[in-house]
Design a protein around this ligand. Structure first.
Ligand code: SF4
Length: 89
């Protein structure tokens, strides 16, 4: 188990270093129109995402603070015409 935890921590350190390297080398892209009003805006860029346009391309940004989320409540089951089934012999 010690060996496993060692490899896991090493792997985590490598991923963290790669992420930091990515952050250092990648320039953040400017926000888009749909971002206006969000509290994650820092100057002209987003604090959370590198490419805000990409986040909005497939729908609503998951980190947006200025839009209200719609959660679909599970519908209650309405049983109509429920009958007891006869046991087949
Ligand atoms: S969190 Fe989403 S909505 Fe807010 S600025 Fe960033 S990309 Fe735009």
């Amino acid at each position: 188990m010690t060996t496993l935890s060692f490899w896991m921590s090493l792997w985590t350190a490598i991923l963290y270093a790669k992420r930091e390297q990515f952050k250092m080398t990648t320039e953040k892209q400017p926000i888009v129109k749909k971002c206006i009003g969000c509290s994650n805006i820092e100057g002209e860029v987003c604090r959370v995402w590198f490419s805000p346009a990409t986040k909005w391309r497939t729908g609503k940004c998951p980190s947006a603070t200025h839009i209200k989320r719609e959660f679909n409540e599970p519908e209650q089951k309405v049983r109509v015409g429920q009958q007891k089934q006869k046991k087949k012999l």
